[in-house]
Design a protein around this ligand. Structure first.
Ligand SMILES: Nc1ncnc2c1ncn2[C@@H]1O[C@H](COP(=O)(O)OP(=O)(O)OP(=O)(O)O)[C@@H](O)[C@H]1O
Length: 296
């Protein structure tokens, strides 16, 4: 019998996971899966559950929660030979991963998507000893976003919370950064470095218009003047032209990136606090297969 594991975070979003768990179970059982439910109680649980799903050769893992839960879930797949397919029921504030894969943001529609026969291979990124699904950021914006609590995020909504963060940072200091990427080096001062795997970052769905989830590239932005982010709008992402063409932005793609600084700089990875610099990023092409809607 095929095995499916639900990894559910009862604290995600507006604490709605409980409501949806039974619906997910029904959808999976109707497909003939034997279903196991694991609920997270705190940090690291989703990673442990997913690691055991890999070791037990489980066929499908469904992450029920926000981008944080998804981030922890995929981290259970690191260095595993057997990696289950991944289903996503987005319950967070931003849900970048679901946005990038056109998985409905409405939980009930996302649950119905679990019936789809279509799967999409998706690149993951490696950051030091961990994995990321969507974005790694280094600099003070990264720090201030990590400091926003789940409750505040739910209250403010994604755009508002990111814009609040940006407003506070207009006079933010630039950090001396050394960025080595595929044999080249960028050296200079910048308040923010962003590495994205998908086109959706912080809910801005067109931030990286050319990024495909399986293009094998890390899309990198050095933001030399944080003020450029002020013209971000949802949908168009930038009022005037695209971020990558902005005069205060350096954009490049790479398969390997090392970012270091002589100062202490913190990072934010998939919306959660990440390791401090230096960071070493690399791409893991088509590392996981994600269940996506039948039709886009
Ligand atoms: N039972 C629990 N109670 C409180 N926190 C939990 C629990 N289980 C996991 N966590 C923590 O929840 C965080 C992940 O939350 P997640 O991002 O999925 O939801 P969210 O914060 O509502 O979403 P978003 O970040 O998009 O607002 C992780 O830091 C994880 O350690």
């Amino acid at each position: 019998m095929r095995q499916a594991m639900m990894i559910s975070n009862p604290s995600s979003g507006r604490e709605e996971a409980q409501r949806y768990v039974d619906q997910v179970r029904d959808v999976l059982a109707s497909q003939g899966y034997e279903v196991i439910l694991n609920e997270t109680a705190g940090e690291g649980d989703a990673t442990d559950f997913c690691r055991s799903a890999c070791r037990d050769a489980c066929d499908l893992v469904v992450s029920i929660g926000g981008d944080g839960t998804l981030h922890e879930t995929i981290n259970g797949m690191i260095d595993q030979d057997h990696r289950p397919r991944l289903g996503v029921v987005p319950l967070g504030t931003v849900n970048d991963f679901a946005r990038a894969l056109h998985i409905p943001l409405d939980p009930e529609q996302a649950i119905a998507t679990l019936n789809s026969s279509r799967v999409h291979p998706v690149d993951l990124g490696r950051i030091n000893e961990g994995l990321f699904a969507n974005v790694a950021a280094a600099g003070s914006l990264a720090e201030s976003l990590s400091a926003v609590s789940s409750e505040e995020k739910s209250k403010l909504g994604s755009l508002a919370y990111i814009k609040e963060g940006i407003k506070k940072l207009i006079h933010t200091p630039a950090y001396p950064l050394v960025i080595e990427h595929d044999g080249q080096v960028w050296e200079g001062e910048a308040p923010l470095f962003l590495a994205a795997l998908t086109n959706s970052v912080g809910g801005f769905e067109k931030l990286v218009p050319g990024a495909e989830v399986d293009d094998g590239w890390i899309h990198c932005f050095v933001i030399k003047n944080i003020g450029v982010l002020n013209s971000l709008t949802l949908g168009t992402s930038l009022l005037f032209g695209s971020l990558m063409n902005h005069k205060d932005v350096v954009y490049f793609t790479a398969r390997q990136v090392k970012v270091s600084s002589t100062e202490s700089v913190s990072t934010n990875v998939d919306g959660e606090e990440g390791p401090p610099l230096p960071i070493h990023l690399s791409i893991l092409p088509r590392y996981v297969e994600v269940v996506v809607p039948e039709e886009e």
